[in-house]
Design a protein around this ligand. Structure first.
Ligand SMILES: NC(=O)c1ccc[n+]([C@@H]2O[C@H](COP(=O)([O-])OP(=O)(O)OC[C@H]3O[C@@H](n4cnc5c(N)ncnc54)[C@H](O)[C@@H]3O)[C@@H](O)[C@H]2O)c1
Length: 247
């Protein structure tokens, strides 16, 4: 029960890393507001977990950041942990990237997480042990063809999280970000199921010779959210099985 009496928000929690994290946090004693888009069977996904409440909302919608934070506080009376996990990709060479695709990736991956943090700050300060965990990617530091918008958004997440760590440290609020490697989730499975050889390449590239599972990230998030992570702030925690060791 490493999160006993804690209240958490986890965005993008109908699937993948967010789903695993919401459920692990609940198992460890937290009450969790799970957030995801409408039509993703969010409540159904978590129905075996009474400590998880579901809020269906697009995090980029007008007023959504405030609604999300207000909902957590109205339901549970306080807020200790925010995990900005919802994210999307866009795959197009820079020359062909549409303005619409660029804007959408930046809105979901960067601007909405910043605005959710901003709304949460007063409650995290009041918590006495506030925690911000933003999900970036190894692509915050690396890159690949077609990933200009995604890489820009994730590098931005790393940058603003470090700044939050600096600004909020005096209130005992930590702010860290995760850098997942190749993880089998709703984002990657469609491609890897269609082209198993691609999954195989990612798997063999990692020192541990396997793909990551959502639970690998959930456990890292639990460390940062719990008292064990109290002196870790402004840190980017790579959880990639050694994928990026070799250049
Ligand atoms: N899977 C990987 O290999 C990998 C690697 C590095 C980083 N990441 C990051 O991990 C995070 C979680 O992704 P995942 O791999 O679990 O993918 P996923 O697709 O399984 O889960 C992402 C969830 O975010 C939700 N979401 C997307 N846009 C939203 C919006 N506007 N409002 C509310 N919810 C929204 C989706 O509906 C989905 O349920 C993302 O930020 C992603 O960029 C994933």
């Amino acid at each position: 029960m490493r999160l006993k009496d804690k209240v958490a928000i986890v965005t993008g929690s109908a699937s993948g890393i967010g789903r695993a994290t919401a459920q692990l946090f609940a198992k460890e004693g937290a009450r969790v507001l799970a957030v995801d888009l409408p039509g993703k069977s969010l409540a159904d996904t978590h129905k075996a977990h009474p400590a998880i409440a579901a809020l269906e909302i697009d995090i980029t919608a007008d007023g959504a950041p405030k609604r999300i934070v207000d909902e957590a506080v109205a339901r549970f009376g306080k807020l200790d942990i925010v995990m900005n996990n919802a994210g999307i990709g866009a795959n197009a060479l820079a020359e062909a990237m549409t303005r619409e695709a660029w804007d959408r990736v930046l809105a979901v991956n960067l601007t909405a997480p910043f605005l959710i943090c901003q709304q949460a700050i007063p409650y995290l300060r009041a918590s006495g042990a506030g925690r911000i965990i933003n999900v970036a990617s190894v692509m915050a530091e690396g890159t690949d063809y077609g990933l200009s918008a995604y890489c820009a958004s994730k590098a931005g997440v790393a940058g603003f999280t470090r700044t939050l760590a600096l600004e909020l440290g005096k209130f005992a609020v930590t702010a860290n970000y995760l850098l997942p490697g190749a993880i089998r989730t709703g984002m990657t499975s469609p491609l890897w199921d269609a082209r198993p050889e691609v999954a195989d390449v990612w798997s063999k590239k990692s020192a541990l010779r396997r793909l990551g599972q959502p639970e690998d990230l959930a456990k890292a998030a639990l460390f940062l959210a719990s008292d064990d992570g109290a002196f870790v702030t402004g840190h980017g925690l790579t959880v990639d099985g050694g994928l990026m060791l070799r250049v």
